[in-house]
Write a protein that binds this ligand. Structure first.
Ligand code: ADP
Length: 487
């Protein structure tokens, strides 16, 4: 790995009003593959937060006054700089997050596409002319930016989760204060650094670093200047933020947890289903909110399915993301590993069985690193705790069903409603099942569905709002109705 390239983009201070904001208090960013410190970054203090708010408010006035072509050009320059630095950004991401370098490169490209898409959409925030229902009035709407936006992002996609919030905000004319995950702040800082290089006005994109998210976020959220909070993370934290946002009736977008079912119907093309499953389950070591969590297989094809699945899963190699031999990197922290170990052990106690990975699992339990082996468990039922947990790891859970009705009941038996997948070659079944799955996104004969040009988001306790696509811009706009008396 060419560390020299990554070093150029390693920033270690909060970025406030386009300047590095230093403080004495620091925290370490760790490489999850080696447990070594990658960098020490400074924690923002109360004064820094106030400066971030002030500069974001000033930048909002400036961005709002800018014409949409100018905002579009700004974003396009940012996009070009992200692309020009994609190798270095990918290396930095693998260093602090652990995912295989090939995946990190994929994420940089994916993340950059959000910037390009919203650079284009910046010019299309159309209002409406409403045909009047009377002689004396003319009715219309315009869309205007909401104001200062607070974004809180997780560690699993350190670049894409940032660009898919910041790019539409800037496109709409909002300024942004980002509180990235304390586990992966370096990618966010590198992005902000490139945004400044692209010519972002001072305060348009601030990044505040902290290990104490609750108090920093509370200070930001209780401030009247912040008009919106956009969050990607767990449902548990999302509920806290919704309650805090309620105090001053702020707009909210919430991308929360998932518990994706992956249904394999009798007519499915098994090779295609297995390719889709492996992609959906093991990307980012299973640490994605749209990762397959529960595999539901028609009883009639269960044994054939297992016979074809296990050799494919067994091919996956776990290890450092910098070694191209490895398809599965480490889990993010030791506590994430411990949580998953406990979930698997409990599943076995409750009647689940190892179909793959038992010896490796036993070994991994003894080791102090963050690597978790690929594991396949059979005999999983909705009565088991694991069926309802968001695993966030490389563990496949297999259950069976008798008919379509049971498959749908089992799939929908969750508080979450983010992504669902199913495989079927029966056209009528495809239509029926698509309509009856209580999820915001459905992959039909497809395991990888995320796309910057399509709306991403959930129903039920998986969230509020959509990111990406045409609708993604509306999250940062408010509609104003104009009524003109022409007499
Ligand atoms: P995950 O389980 O994916 O780590 P979390 O919901 O814990 O997701 O964290 C996502 C983001 O929310 C991170 O940036 C984290 O620092 C932040 N966060 C965690 N707890 C709080 C809190 N009480 N208030 C505000 N932000 C928080």
């Amino acid at each position: 790995m060419s560390v020299t390239v990554s070093q150029r983009l390693i920033q270690t201070n909060s970025i406030i009003a386009n300047q590095a904001y230093t403080s004495d208090k620091t925290f370490a960013v760790m490489d999850p593959a080696t447990d070594k410190c990658v960098a020490n970054v400074s924690s923002v203090d109360t004064r820094g937060i106030e400066l971030a708010l002030e500069s974001a408010q000033l930048a909002f006035e400036q961005l709002k006054a800018m014409n949409s072509q100018a905002r579009s050009d700004l974003l396009m320059r940012w996009y070009q700089l992200v692309i020009a630095n994609s190798e270095a950004l990918a290396e930095l991401m693998t260093l602090e997050q652990g995912k295989p370098l090939a995946e990190a490169k994929g994420e940089v490209a994916y993340g950059a596409e959000f910037i390009r898409w919203f650079a284009e959409e910046a010019k299309r925030s159309y209002g409406q002319n409403i045909p009047s229902n009377n002689q004396h009035q003319r009715l219309s709407t315009i869309k205007q930016p909401i104001g200062v936006v607070l974004g809180i992002t997780p560690w699993n996609f350190p670049i894409a989760m940032v660009t898919r919030k910041v790019a539409p905000a800037i496109a709409a004319g909002c300024s942004f204060i980002l509180k990235p995950s304390e586990l992966t702040p370096l990618s966010a800082l590198a992005l902000a650094h490139l945004a400044i290089e692209a010519g972002f006005p001072s305060g348009a994109f601030n990044v505040v670093l902290t290990q104490d998210a609750p108090s920093v976020v509370e200070q930001l959220l209780s401030d009247e200047r912040v008009k919106k909070v956009t969050f990607t993370g767990s449902t548990q934290i999302g509920k806290i933020l919704l309650a805090q946002a309620a105090a001053s009736v702020k707009r909210t977008s919430m991308e929360l947890g998932g518990n994706a079912p992956f249904i394999v119907f009798e007519s499915a093309m098994l090779s295609k289903a297995i390719t889709g499953l492996v992609a959906s389950k093991f990307r980012n070591a299973g640490q994605t909110c749209v990762a397959t969590n529960r595999v539901l297989v028609a009883e009639s094809i269960y044994s054939t399915f297992i016979a074809q699945l296990l050799p494919e899963v067994a091919k996956l190699k776990v290890g450092s993301g910098f070694d191209p031999m490895h398809q599965v990197g480490p889990l993010i922290t030791a506590s994430a590993k411990q949580r998953l170990i406990e979930s698997v052990e409990q599943a076995i106690i409750q009647g689940g069985t190892f179909l793959l990975g038992q010896a490796e699992f036993e070994r991994a339990k003894e080791q102090t690193d963050n690597f978790f082996p690929v594991v396949v468990l059979g005999g999983i039922t909705p009565q088991m705790a694991i069926y309802h947990q968001e695993l966030f790891g490389p563990v496949v859970l297999l259950s069976t069903f008798e008919d379509e009705r049971q498959a749908l009941t089992m799939a929908n038996e969750t508080d979450y409603g983010l992504a669902a997948y199913f495989y079927s070659e029966n056209i009528n079944q495809i239509q029926r099942v698509s309509e009856r799955l209580d999820f915001g996104m459905v992959g039909i004969n497809e395991g990888l569905i995320s796309n910057p040009i399509a709306p991403f988001g959930g129903v039920k306790q998986s969230g509020i709002g959509r990111e990406g696509g045409q609708i993604g811009l509306d999250e940062y706009l408010q509609v104003k109705y104009l009524c003109l008396n022409i007499t």
